[in-house]
Ligand binder design. Structure first.
Ligand code: ADP
Ligand code: ADP
Length: 229
């Protein structure tokens, strides 16, 4: 993931709000990065722009060497569905669908063959092989978030974004979810970017980016990360 001089301004010409001032960064494939900073510092805006959910006012975003911000809206949506996975604080599962159907949905949206075997495989990996026919409401918060992780992984995206994915979970479920994200990086070579307020969540990452007032003010690498990798 590479951001080059990304600026995002909300509001009107008379009353502009600069959410991201001039952010450039480069995250290598196979890394786990946390983004921290006070409320209003631009974390969500950074995620929205980096994940192709919104467009920067200025600057460019590259994923895997391709400029994501170059094309039309339709191309951006297609790119996102193919290459990027998302995990949110509130899980965002569809309540009327079963666990398996929820996980198959991104494949259908991406116009791919919805192969149940692959989805079942991933659900087994996240420890939910015996919950395929359940509805989200029949699961705990931690289990629902693991379904959401399986859904994020099913298209095999190289890049996965989490927006406070442990914010609604108890400590134990949060640790399980963070360990799963870590394994996704360690064993499957995915790149994970996690926006969080929680220092415990950030401690699972290899490095931490700090934002303040829309500026990148620090990038702290975990000294043990190299050794583990
Ligand atoms: P964080 O996620 O760190 O809390 P945000 O990215 O949500 O920060 O917000 C950064 C700044 O941009 C804040 O000043 C916020 O009020 C402003 N902002 C965010 N989204 C919008 C929007 N849609 N319209 C206007 N201002 C916004
Ligand atoms: P769309 O919602 O434009 O049809 P997708 O379904 O491909 O696009 O969305 C990809 C993921 O991003 C979905 O999980 C969706 O819930 C989420 N998403 C879309 N827009 C936003 C947004 N503005 N903020 C947070 N998440 C979003």
């Amino acid at each position: 993931l590479r951001l080059v001089s990304v600026r995002k301004v909300y509001g009107t010409e008379d009353n502009p709000v600069t959410a991201l001032a001039n952010v450039s960064l480069s995250l290598s494939a196979g890394t786990f990065t946390a983004v921290m900073g006070p409320s209003g510092s631009g974390k969500s805006t950074l995620l929205q722009c980096a994940a192709g959910l919104d467009r920067p006012t200025e600057g460019r975003v590259y994923v895997d060497g391709t400029e994501m911000t170059g094309g039309s809206e339709a191309e951006l949506t297609k790119f996102r569905r193919k290459r990027i996975g998302f995990v949110f604080q509130q899980f965002n599962l569809l309540p009327t669908l079963t666990v398996l159907q929820n996980v198959l949905l991104p494949l259908k949206l991406a116009g791919r063959r919805a192969n149940p075997d692959a989805a079942v495989d991933i659900l087994r990996r996240v420890g939910l092989g015996d919950r395929l026919g359940h509805r989200p409401a029949e699961l705990s918060g931690g289990q629902q978030q693991r379904v959401a992780i399986a859904r994020a992984l099913v298209t095999s995206p190289k890049l996965i974004f989490g927006d406070e994915p442990t914010g609604a979970l108890d400590t134990r479920s949060a640790r399980e979810v963070l360990t799963l994200l870590q394994e996704t990086v360690r064993f499957y070579g995915r790149t994970v970017v996690l926006v969080t307020h929680d220092p415990v969540a950030a401690s699972y990452a290899d490095s931490v980016l700090f934002l303040a007032d829309g500026h990148l003010v620090g990038h702290l690498a975990d000294p043990t990360a190299e050794a583990v990798a």
